[in-house]
Design a protein around this ligand. Structure first.
Ligand SMILES: *[C@@H]1O[C@H](CO)[C@@H](O)[C@H](O)[C@H]1NC(C)=O
Ligand SMILES: *[C@@H]1O[C@H](CO)[C@@H](O)[C@H](O)[C@H]1NC(C)=O
Ligand SMILES: *[C@@H]1O[C@H](CO)[C@@H](O)[C@H](O)[C@H]1NC(C)=O
Ligand SMILES: *[C@@H]1O[C@H](CO)[C@@H](O)[C@H](O)[C@H]1NC(C)=O
Ligand SMILES: *[C@@H]1O[C@H](CO)[C@@H](O)[C@H](O)[C@H]1NC(C)=O
Length: 748
């Protein structure tokens, strides 16, 4: 495996594949394809489904031995399909067979942490809970597996798994098994070399981190080398955890992801959290969208991370409307590591420096002044690989520009520490192999100036401390932004949750920076950042809402989370594209007043509207039923879906626009209630709501209304107009962002 680390705490994983595909001669040139056949036939046994798959393959390939060897996996618990090694023409051939809805090549997806629950308004003691229901809820985690020995997964005080649980615990390798907290652990390892030591064990820590953020038990005094000390816990700490290992060596293949959904749905989980993603594609070719659709059909809520490619626009992942797409925000805690210079000046950098502070001052040098003269083509200012003279930096603290891997490069040079300066907004507390911290470019210039103007420059880097931030929350710099072009009038991401500096359980099999050869810091708890860390907060919040409203659909729960969310405290121009409805507020979501519900048939009408036909609908939904868009009443309104946010995307040449939205709200608050529409709109955008008063006299009553947007982009280069619609009663406020976006392609 190549060097995993890009920016360690972000848990970015390299795409470098460690997948060993079966390469017997006859399989030469074949690659794994997923043949997807829709919903699983209820009347058939798994054995007969597998035999159908074999017949199809035999028919396609024509040779019994090759057909047998080619098949890698049969899905059949929650939907029907299989994975086989095929040549491109065979894949083509197979896709034309009766019953086969689509055949698509397997690709690899990327993995995308306690203060955060307190910050979200759910203190350990004093949060209203429906414990009886909560302890029967199961959170399914599709990730890198789980480290079962963590104190976060201790089952003291837990009864047996809920009766509806149909999953299992696969023991193997060093995996010690499950308990009444971690009720299931399974893995999928399709198309890789068989290995009897395989197990759901988490060797990377990512899956243990996300699982404990969602549903870990409270563990007092959790910390990382004394940093961030407090009670680590999940949002629904009474719920049970079912882990599905679908990622190996940091990469997650579509075939394993689909297998994860197949197992989790059939096992009876209530919510699924997926901190994995890849480039957006049509829903019928996207295993997360397909898996989540089947989950939605069964009433299972699915939360997915938005991705870590921000702050650039057009980077959001996992955008299917039946998924809740999660952006990462800060909490009100940040981890800082100070630098003190010989002249007494002190700078506050952002980092997770676990190394103990000493009073000792070390010689300080900049990369620019320590260049290896025979390496003129390398960038010494940025301390690039091989750019520095070993002798000049040894035993010193080195000041470098930029941010990639310098700690790895400098580690072998036996330096005393590293000060990095960043030119962009920098908010990620990174951990380094050596003492280190990250300062802003402005502070960096002062440090550089001190180095240049002092004969014997010295400095020291202090151990990390945590500070409380007044300006919180803000959206994390790395969090992926909208818009997206697959379903352009659906605003994504949907909501934000804390994903910056999150402390949660880790795996003892992985070291802090993921470089076990040099880094011997094996920890029980780790502080990590990424939308991966934000996602399980939303899955847990959904489970929390569900514990009070067990019959609510995933769309109703999502609506509750969206319409009660809070705005960010620090705003940027494109905030709506970064945080959607805003920061979740779980206790408020318990009582949203009104919900925007969406049923299966409404999703179908929506898909018809965005261009799906009988074939593509069949692919996504599966089953024997034929869905013909003509037999569905066309959906009204420009976006065609009763979505809890309102979004319009227009082409670059559009200056004036007008669009109509149809919405229906269901009364889930007080039986008798009157709501009045309150709109906030920027200059250039008019938001008209009809009727503007909704009077309910019973529970579950539905009332329809229309929103008309009209407006104009006044400036040639303007791309965004954002406002809001709030339905207000004496008790509730039900808020939807209203966002108009004009895409102006970059000029090359
Ligand atoms: C919360 O409650 C537990 C058990 O009732 C108690 O041991 C703990 O001290 C309480 N913690 C706080 C912060 O009040
Ligand atoms: C089990 O643990 C031992 C000791 O840590 C290790 O050497 C071995 O590789 C592990 N086996 C597997 C299958 O992970
Ligand atoms: C400078 O780079 C050259 C070429 O890679 C290397 O041989 C030499 O040891 C380096 N010098 C120092 C002082 O690190
Ligand atoms: C060296 O790297 C820094 C930081 O990435 C960059 O700003 C600078 O332009 C680079 N210098 C050269 C000569 O490439
Ligand atoms: C300090 O000196 C280095 C090279 O000697 C130069 O590249 C850098 O710009 C100087 N920094 C300041 C702040 O003057």
């Amino acid at each position: 495996m190549g060097i995993l680390k890009v920016l360690q705490p972000l848990i970015f994983f390299s795409l470098c594949l460690h997948t060993i595909l079966i390469t017997a001669d006859i399989q030469k040139g074949r690659k794994p394809y997923i043949a997807y056949m829709g919903a699983s036939p209820a009347e058939k046994t798994l054995a007969s489904i597998e035999s159908d798959h074999h017949s199809l393959l035999l028919d396609t390939i024509g040779d019994e031995t090759i057909a047998t060897d080619s098949k890698l996996h049969s899905y059949g618990r929650s939907f029907n399909g299989f994975v086989a090694n095929l040549l491109p023409h065979e894949a083509d051939h197979l896709s034309n067979k009766l019953g086969v809805l689509s055949v698509f090549p397997n690709t690899v997806r990327q993995l995308h942490t306690t203060r955060s629950w307190d910050f979200l308004g759910m203190p350990l003691n004093g949060t209203k809970r429906n414990l009886k229901v909560e302890s029967n809820l199961i959170v399914g985690v599709l990730d890198t597996g789980i480290w079962p020995l963590s104190a976060s997964f201790d089952d003291k005080g837990y009864g047996p798994p809920p009766p509806k649980w149909k999953g299992k615990c696969v023991v193997g390798g060093n995996f010690t098994g499950c308990n009444n907290k971690l009720i299931g652990a399974q893995y999928s390892h399709i198309g890789r070399r068989p290995d009897q030591n395989l197990s759901p064990e988490d060797k990377e820590g990512h899956g243990s981190h996300t699982a404990s953020t969602a549903a870990g038990v409270p563990v007092e005094g959790a910390n990382v080398y004394g940093i961030g000390k407090g009670t680590a816990r999940g949002g629904v700490h009474s719920a049970r955890i079912a882990a599905y290992k679908v990622c190996w060596h940091g990469s997650c293949s579509e075939m394993d992801l689909l297998a994860g959904f197949d197992m989790a749905i059939a096992d009876g989980v209530d919510v699924i959290t997926v901190s994995i993603g890849g480039h957006p594609r049509q829903f019928f070719q996207d295993s997360i969208a397909i898996g989540a659709f089947h989950a939605m059909k069964k009433g299972i809520f699915v939360a997915c991370s938005a991705g870590n490619e921000g702050p650039h626009q057009l980077t959001v992942k996992n955008i299917a409307p039946w998924v809740t797409t999660v952006a990462a925000s800060s909490s009100d805690r940040q981890f800082v590591s100070d630098v003190k210079l010989g002249n007494g000046a002190t700078f506050t950098g952002i980092a997770l420096n676990t190394f103990s502070s000493t009073k000792k001052m070390y010689p300080l040098i900049s990369g620019a002044r320590a260049a290896n003269a025979s390496q003129i083509y390398r960038n010494a200012s940025a301390c690039d690989f091989d750019s520095l003279s070993d002798e000049m930096v040894k035993g010193k603290i080195v000041y470098c520009l930029g941010k990639n891997e310098q700690d790895v490069t400098l580690y072998s040079k036996r330096v005393a520490g590293l000060i990095l300066s960043q030119d962009k907004d920098y908010d990620i507390p990174s951990s380094f192999l050596i003492p280190g911290t990250t300062v802003s470019i402005k502070e960096g210039l002062k440090i550089d100036h001190y180095i240049n103007s002092t004969r014997k420059s010295v400095a020291t880097i202090r151990k990390t401390r945590s500070i409380k931030m007044a300006d919180a929350p803000f959206v994390a710099s790395f969090s992926s932004r909208g818009p997206q072009f697959i379903a352009p009038n659906i605003l994504k991401p949907d909501v934000a949750a804390p994903g910056l500096g999150i402390l949660a359980a880790y795996s003892k099999l992985s070291s802090m920076t993921g470089h076990p050869d040099f880094d011997k810091r094996f920890v029980d708890y780790k502080i990590a950042s990424g939308t991966s860390m934000a996602c399980p907060h939303v899955a847990a919040a959904a489970a929390y809402v569900k514990s009070f409203h067990p019959t609510w659909s995933p769309a109703a729960i999502k609506s509750a989370l969206m319409t009660t969310a809070k705005p960010m405290k620090v705003n940027t121009k494109d905030m709506a594209l970064a945080s959607g409805s805003g920061l979740i507020n779980p206790t408020k979501a318990r009582d949203p007043g009104l919900v925007y519900d969406i049923y299966m048939s409404a999703y179908i009408r929506f898909l018809c509207k965005i261009g799906y036909n009988t074939t593509t609908l069949g692919i996504l939904i599966g089953g024997d039923k034929i869905y013909d868009c003509k037999s569905f009443k066309p959906t009204k309104g420009i976006d065609g879906l009763n979505y809890p946010s309102i979004h319009l995307q227009v082409e670059s040449n559009v200056t004036t626009f007008s669009a109509v939205y149809k919405r229906v709200v269901t009364n889930v608050g007080n039986a008798k209630a009157t709501y009045e529409a309150e709109v906030a709109s920027p200059k250039g955008l008019s938001i008209k709501v009809e009727p503007s008063i909704l009077s309910f006299d019973k529970l579950n009553q539905k009332i329809a209304f229309t929103v008309t947007l009209k407006g104009k982009f006044n400036r040639k280069d303007a791309t965004l107009l954002s406002g809001s619609l709030a339905w207000k009663s004496s008790k509730h406020s039900v808020v939807s962002p209203v966002v108009v976006y004009r895409y102006i392609p970059p000029i090359w």
